[in-house]
Design a protein around this ligand. Structure first.
Ligand SMILES: Nc1ncnc2c1ncn2[C@@H]1O[C@H](COP(=O)(O)OP(=O)(O)O)[C@@H](O)[C@H]1O
Ligand SMILES: [Mg+2]
Length: 453
């Protein structure tokens, strides 16, 4: 994103360049007007000086005695050329005969810009009269000068204001160059403070920062609060998870010790069988934990595709029938066509957990029905048994991680993660899990509801 210093400088320079050009354009027109007003006044003075020296001679003819001083007042450092002419009633009298004339206005003076001898000139013509005592004789005095001096004057005014402007822009740029790092000091201090923090220190950052940074600090503090909550949940989870794994591992160790000390083959075989069962428990728990980690990882961006829920549930039910038969349970399927958007492996795992539970807790002689139906815009995959069920007050609690029923510890291989996994997978695909008593108030009905595709 570049540097703030450079950005501010860029903005300053762009803004002052735009505003400065406007100011300079205004200064230029002002300078030209001022130079013209000043020079015109001098030009008029010199024309007046000449007009005053126009007299009537004895023969009643006009005569002009051009005073040197009248033209000298026009000589400037710019070495302007000066021209004049005097016209009487009969036309040109003296001076430059082809010098252009400005038409006098009401006040007897006329100004004009013209070209003469290949250079631009400023012309003033004065219309006056001189009295013979009997009559008034009109005459005109025209004075002109080249424009070097006035151009020089307006250029000097412009250059001076441009220099002043440049100085101000340079000063402002220098201030920004120095002030930005100073203004950013609190941020650096904040950065330093975060840099040396211990990873488990999620206490709020200091609030003594400039107003503009307070939003950032507030957001970071609220983020750290959430992070703290998430970390606490993670610590709690890993604690629970290691506890769940430690139990079967302890059983395995005990059984191995027993096997070592056992006197006869039968005792050894019994101990090894128990160790093997505990190992299967550990495997199952590990599989559940890994599955949960996968669901967590997919949160926010699950891979979902259109899926035939009926076929998926039917296949899984069919695969479970031998296990159900072993447990003396009657497992049935009742499906209607329904398509959902989900990830097949995760949805299968969710359904497997519901079936596992029913097979584990319904008890011998129970009847389990897996059904798929459409309800409005939802597809509902339900696993219903007529076993002991779950007391209504416990239902909400048992869907959270590591929560198990009162009788459950008697059943090995469980970790209390099953219903939590089902809930989280359902939520991942925009649905949910609902528990209710089965038909006729007996057993448990677990409904996995997903939006139909
Ligand atoms: N079909 C069911 N019938 C009776 N109780 C059930 C059933 N399914 C789940 N439960 C109860 O809910 C608890 C939580 O289930 P679950 O999250 O799958 O954990 P786990 O099966 O590992 O104990 C179980 O311990 C059990 O007490
Ligand atoms: Mg379970």
């Amino acid at each position: 994103m570049g540097s703030l210093r450079h950005r501010l400088l860029g903005w300053l320079l762009a803004a002052t360049a735009a505003l400065g050009s406007l100011a300079l354009a205004d200064t230029w027109s002002e300078a030209v007007a001022t130079a013209r007003a000043v020079s015109d006044r001098v030009l008029a003075g010199s024309a007046l000086a000449i007009a005053e020296r126009v007299t009537v001679a004895d023969d009643a003819q006009l005569q002009a005695d051009i005073p040197y001083s009248a033209l000298e007042m026009l000589t400037s450092t710019a070495q302007d050329s000066v021209f004049y002419r005097v016209d009487g009633p009969d036309g040109f009298m003296t001076g430059y005969a082809d010098l252009p004339v400005a038409e006098p206005q009401g006040d007897g003076a006329g100004y004009a810009d013209a070209d003469f001898a290949g250079a631009p000139i400023r012309v003033i013509t004065l219309a006056r009269t001189v009295s013979t005592g009997i009559e008034s004789i009109p005459f005109r005095v025209t004075v002109a000068e080249s424009k070097l001096a006035r151009n020089q004057l307006s250029r000097a005014i412009l250059l001076r204001s441009a220099a002043r402007l440049a100085l101000m822009i340079g000063g402002a740029a220098a201030i920004i160059w120095i002030a930005v790092p100073l203004a950013l000091r609190p941020l650096n201090r904040l950065g330093g403070e975060i840099g040396v923090r211990r990873t488990d220190d999620l206490s709020p950052l200091p609030a003594d920062v400039p107003q503009e940074v307070q939003g950032l600090v507030g957001a970071m503090n609220s983020f750290m609060t959430r992070l703290d909550t998430a970390l606490a949940a993670l610590r709690n989870f890993t604690g629970n998870a290691s506890h769940q794994l430690r139990t079967p591992l302890a059983v395995i160790r005990t059984q191995l010790v027993l096997a070592q000390r056992a006197g006869d083959d039968r005792a050894v075989r019994a101990a090894v069988a128990k160790a093997d069962a505990a190992l299967s428990d550990a495997e199952r728990i590990l599989a559940q934990l890994l599955l949960l980690a996968r669901v967590d990882a997919a949160a926010g961006h699950p891979m979902a595709a259109a899926l035939d829920a009926e076929a998926l549930a039917r296949d899984l039910t069919a695969a479970m029938i031998p296990r159900a038969a072993d447990a003396g349970i009657d497992l049935g399927f009742d499906g209607r066509p329904a398509t959902v958007r989900a990830e097949p492996v995760l949805l299968t795992e969710a359904l497997k957990n519901l079936l596992d539970n029913a097979l584990a807790y319904a008890g011998p002689g129970a009847e389990i029905t897996v059904s798929v139906t459409r309800q409005g815009t939802d597809a509902v995959i339900a696993v219903e048994d007529d076993g002991p069920g779950i007391p209504a007050p416990a239902m909400a609690r048992l869907t959270s991680r590591f929560a198990r029923g009162a009788e459950a510890p008697a059943r090995p291989g469980g970790s209390g993660l099953g219903l939590a996994i089902v809930t989280e997978i359902a939520q991942l695909f925009g649905g949910g899990l609902a528990l209710s008593p089965g038909r006729s108030g007996r057993g448990l009905r677990a409904e996995l509801r997903l939006p139909a595709a």
